[in-house]
Each structure stands twice: as C-alpha cells, then as structure tokens.
Design a protein around this ligand. Structure first.
Ligand SMILES: Cc1ncc(COP(=O)(O)O)c(C=O)c1O
Length: 409
C-alpha cells in the first residue's frame, strides 16, 4: 500500500496500519489466499455502478450531478475514484470522516450533518484551513452558525455553510422557510463563513417499498427544498450554489428535478441486501465479506469465521451468494452457521457477483474453502473493517485502509 495513503503514513487516525508487509505478499494473489473474515469489493462491478449512475444523471437532462456520500465506504481511494469519474464533491456525516477524507486528498467535502460544541468547531475550522480543501458543513441553527463564524474569524479559517432544511425525515434541518432565509443571509454576511447553498435529505422515503409512493414522497421533499431555494433568492437575493438531496432509493426521482444540483447517494456503489430488494434500485452488489469455512461437523451444517463483529444485521440477516446453495442458520459474534437451502435468495443485483465467485466455486464445499457473504447493510458493515480488499478478476489488486472507519467523532 502506498505509504502516504495508509493510516501509518498520515499518522492521524490513531491506529497502526500494519498491513503493508501482508499486502505486499497478497497483491496479485487470488482471494482464496486472503486472511478472513475480510471485506472485499469487486472493482469492475463498483466502477460500473459509478459509471451507470453518472450516465443516468447525464441522460436525465435536468443538470443534476452527484456528491456521493462517503459514509458508505469511508475510504479516500474510493472518494478519489468518484471524483475522477465526475462527482462534484464528496459528502460525509462526521467530522472525523471529513478529516480522513481530507488526509486522503479529497478536495471538496460537505459534512451533511451538524457539528456542534466548542472543541469540534475548533477542529472543523482547523480543517477548513487545509490548502486546496473546500470544506462545507450543514447548519440548522443561528447559534451554531454564529459559533462557527466566530471561531473561523478567530482562527482565520473559511467554512462553507449549507443550510439544512427538514423535508419530511424529522431529523436535522430548519423547520420554516423564514429560518432558512435568515440563516442564508447570516451565512452570506458573517465573517469566516460563506453561503454555499441548501440541502434536505428525504431519508423517510428512500426505502419505501411502493415505487409510486416513494416517488411522490420524494417529490414532496424536493418541492419543499426548491421552495426554500426560491425564497432565499427572492427575499435575500442569494443564489443557492448547492441544492442537494436524495439517496440510493430516490436518486432516480431527484435526477429529474431541475433546480437540484446534486444527489447524495452513497450505497449505490456497493449495494446490499436491503437495497437489492428495493424496487427500482438497479445497481449490482460489489461488496462482500469473504469468510472461511472453519467447520463442517454435520452433513447439513457449515461453520464460517464471519460473525457480528465483521457483518452488521440491523437491516436483516446476511446471505451467502445464491449458488453456494446455503442459507444462514445463526449468527453470533465470531461465527456464522449455514445449512443447505434449496431456494436461496436470488436477487438480480447479486447475479454478477454470484457468476464470478460462487458459480465457479469448488464442490462440495469443505473446511478451508472460502465463501462470499453479502451484507444486509453495506455502510455499517464497512465501519467494522480496517482494510478493504480491492479485487479484480478474482485477484487482489490492492488493499485500502478504511481510514474513515470508526471516525464518528
Ligand atoms: C444526509 C444523507 N444523505 C444521503 C444519504 C443517502 O445514502 P444512501 O445512498 O446510502 O441511501 C444518507 C443516508 O443515510 C444521508 O444521511
């Protein structure tokens, strides 16, 4: 691994990388040789997902771009790939993630969340002074904006302010148009900050199972957001540079709305079982946890070395790729037990990964063999791992330190 990009090289993530020697040995080797449980991404599939999203946005013709959410991958190498493939900038949720992305060279970062408290604001402003970095943060109260401004004026930093508007999720965001206009005016006049635009995330809509209901809910949110944009223009004379919304479940609706500047989708690059089962989300699973079968003590029972410490399950049970013909029986901290399944979960989004890795796998499976398990939620599963294996044609092309992992402070 490039020393500069490894956490040991940049010295700020607080833990040792220690993967360099191992990666030297494993680069170019088949994934059957990696130590497990391990997180892998199939690069061809991930890159195709990125390109598909870009093409969709271009063809929809409303001028909506992408500012992908890095909460999904937390990995500067992937953020840089997204930038190289046309992203306008990168979103993240946490100051620690922003620091990790900036350390990895990402030039344009929107923290799509509130950063509150004296010490954190000090860190935020310090980060904004990084040469070549355009740093923006979501703000939804006057107090927070004034705190950021006075610290920025004191330190000599410059923070872009994106006014967050509540559009139905009932999370962050101003509740009234008047507040949005007031914050935009203030951001445009206070020292140390500049008015960068508005955002409103329709997280209540992204997983709605009914496609039409989801579209209607998303459009109601965009109506609110675009109404606020117009009010800021009319009442404060300010153009909103950024008008940002949407996730992987709603990008297709946002892409049609002229006036939105970008979508904040994150999961589309990796996918997971939940998004694989969400109507209209037409990307392919690229992310898997590679596990080793460590026991086969009964004809119908396999034990592997993944578990709750390498895969999350708040969005439901994880699943092996369908062609193994197995299903999860139980999941504990360091074990997953599997048994035969005559009707494994077949999702269109799994087809490519299945064809590449599970179909050609040796049969019958036995102790020591590797299997690929698909997370039910990609973002929180990534957060459990230090290293992401970047795999092409079944071989390890690289290993990327997930430097934003655990950086939720
Ligand atoms: C502020 C914000 N934007 C966008 C997203 C979209 O992410 P995803 O593509 O994973 O749905 C999220 C998800 O939590 C979010 O919190």
């Amino acid at each position: 691994m490039d020393q500069k990009r490894c956490c040991k090289g940049n010295g700020s993530s607080g833990h040792m990388c220690g993967h360099d020697e191992y990666l030297k040995q494993i680069r170019g080797r088949p994934i059957s040789e990696i130590e497990t449980p391990a997180l892998m991404v199939d690069l061809d599939i991930m890159e195709a997902n990125m390109d598909k999203m870009m093409q969709f946005l271009e063809h929809s013709g409303a001028g909506v771009g992408i500012r992908p959410h890095a909460k999904t991958h937390k990995t500067p190498e992937i953020a840089m790939t997204q930038m190289e493939r046309g992203a306008l900038g990168i979103c993240c949720a946490k100051l620690g993630e922003a620091e990790a992305l900036a350390e990895g060279g990402v030039p344009d970062i929107l923290i799509a969340n509130q950063i509150v408290g004296e010490r954190k604001i000090r860190r935020l402003v310090a980060l904004s002074k990084k040469p070549g970095l355009d740093l923006k943060v979501a703000v939804d109260t006057r107090e927070n904006l004034e705190d950021i401004s006075s610290e920025a004026a004191r330190q000599g930093g410059r923070v872009g302010i994106v006014v967050e508007v509540e559009v139905g999720l009932r999370r962050g965001g101003v509740r009234t148009v008047e507040e949005a206009v007031e914050l935009a005016k203030l951001a445009a006049t206070l020292p140390g900050v500049w008015y960068a635009g508005i955002m409103g995330y329709e997280g209540h809509a992204v997983f709605m199972p009914d496609y039409e209901a989801r579209e209607a809910a998303a459009n109601r949110s965009y109506d609110i957001l675009l109404g606020v944009r117009d009010a800021i223009k009319e009442q404060a004379g300010l153009d909103s540079g950024i008008v940002s919304a949407a996730g992987t479940g709603t990008f297709a609706f946002a892409a049609k709305r002229r006036g939105l500047t970008d979508i904040q989708a994150g999961s589309y690059i990796f996918m997971d079982l939940r998004y694989g089962q969400t109507a209209g989300v037409d990307f392919a699973n690229s992310l898997a946890v590679v596990a080793t079968i460590t026991g086969h003590p009964e004809p119908d029972l396999y034990i592997c070395d993944a578990g709750l410490k390498s895969m999350t399950k708040e969005f439901g049970t994880v699943a092996p790729l369908p062609s193994y013909g197995l299903k999860v029986i139980d999941m504990s901290e360091e074990h997953i037990t599997l048994g035969p399944d005559k009707a494994p979960l077949q999702l269109p989004s799994l087809t490519e990964l299945d064809q590449k890795y599970a179909k050609p796998a040796k049969r019958p499976l036995g102790v020591g063999d590797k299997i690929l398990l698909i997370p039910s939620h990609c973002c929180t599963t990534v957060n459990l791992h230090d290293l992401l294996y970047a795999v092409r044609d079944g071989k390890v092309e690289d290993g990327w330190e997930i430097t934003g992992r655990g950086r939720f402070v």
